[in-house]
Design a protein around this ligand. Sequence first.
Ligand code: ZN
Length: 146
Amino acid sequence: MTTLAEFLTARYNEQARKAMAASIGATSKDWRVDHEPWETNGIGIVDDRDNSVAVAIGDHVAKHIAGNDPKAVLADIASKRAVVTLHSDGGESPGYLPDGGYGMLQHACTDCGTHGEWGIPWPCLTLRLLGAVFDEHPDYREEWRP
Ligand SMILES: [Zn+2]
């Protein structure tokens, strides 16, 4: 059965592939809004070498696209992957049971609580909050919902 960490890794892999695919044709993954006039009514988005990568309708849309360029998306994914690694399954530990009592957990987070004494059930709230972004994915499980 897929763990929440595996599920998140799969989603981040998908997002990274999309970001890399979006940068094909651009000379850079670092995009910005081009304020030079365009032939169309659109607002251009260019990479940091002034190569055109997209045209948007409206300045706010252009800023959103440029702000979510492949460089930003890949940096965001790298940060989230680090959080997933930090909050990994540390295995059995005494700790806080889901019913509020104290006892032996089968899976405790390596970062939350004190593993080996006051563990927090894994997947912890941090991972479940990361997972909630993908709650409409067919592989998302309701037991992960924060
Ligand atoms: Zn945790």
